[in-house]
Design a protein around this ligand. Structure first.
Ligand code: PEP
Length: 263
């Protein structure tokens, strides 16, 4: 049985003080619900400035909560003004690094070439990339989206070996469903995830696609989370806005633990 993942990226939200407050409550929740959450992977990606504060609260707390970053550079050090080194993130104690989010691609013009270099740098530094992929618009026929996903995913994974796939989390986030009023339809999510698994089986051989961790993100809420988590081939949820409210995030973690029991 694979673990179910429940994660959130806070984007450019929450000060250090707000992060501390949230993390203390999360730590308490995780510690008091050890049995329920034992087969879950729960991660939070605060802003860079708040990562250390989050780590200090969760480190040695035996809470199982993982802290990550929302991006990093593809180089470990050097003349990259304003960038954040993956080596330094590892040194700080970071476990996960998000890469290729739709906002990075669209607003900051990140290309698949850049994303592939970041994925390789994160793996090299022994952290887990959360690789975001997704088509920009909801097409009239899903095949158009699947073809786009194929090219994007293979480009983004072009610098890694098949043995590294087990250390990568693929977040399928259709761009049109991010920050929207509703998540993508369940049958649409299922078809996309099944397609990605078949693609990885074909390209990397063996059961790589079946074993791959693939989660869904895009307007997940406490109302929609349960059905999305229950999709047979989906390994979890990646939440934006809804998880800024800790009560909602905890609700979704509890849902995941219930779904996990019957999955
Ligand atoms: C996201 O930005 O990746 C995301 C999933 O956000 P939201 O849940 O707010 O749509």
């Amino acid at each position: 049985m694979k673990n179910l993942y429940v994660g959130t990226s806070w984007k450019m939200n929450k000060t250090v003080a707000e992060t501390r407050e949230y993390m203390k409550k999360m730590k308490e929740f995780m510690q008091n619900n050890g049995e329920a959450i034992k087969d879950l992977d729960v991660f939070i990606l605060p802003t860079f400035l708040a990562i250390d504060a989050a780590l200090q609260i969760t480190r040695n707390a035996n809470s199982g909560l993982k802290i990550g970053a929302q991006d990093c550079c593809w180089e470990d050090f050097g003349p990259f003004t304003g960038e954040v080194s993956p080596m330094h993130l590892k040194d700080l104690g970071v476990s996960y690094v998000e890469v290729g989010h739709a906002e990075r691609r669209e607003i900051f013009k990140e290309t698949d070439e850049m994303v592939s270099k970041k994925v390789a740098a994160i793996v090299k530094n022994k952290m887990k990339p959360i690789l975001c992929i997704g088509e920009e618009e909801k097409p009239s026929q899903i095949d158009i989206a699947l073809n786009f996903l194929k090219n994007q995913l293979l480009d983004d994974l072009s610098r890694i070996e098949s043995a590294d796939l087990k250390n990568i989390i693929i977040a399928y986030e259709p761009v049109w469903a991010i920050g929207a009023t509703a998540s993508a339809p369940l049958d649409y999510i299922k078809e996309a995830i099944d397609f990605l698994r078949a693609l990885l089986n074909k390209e990397f051989g063996g059961r790589h696609g079946d074993d791959q961790v693939i989660i869904y993100g895009g307007s997940v809420t406490p109302e929609s989370a349960k059905d999305i988590l229950a999709l047979p081939d989906n390994d979890g949820i990646f939440v934006g806005r809804s998880a800024l409210n800790i009560d909602y995030f905890i609700k979704m973690i509890i849902m995941a633990s219930e779904v996990q029991k019957v999955k």
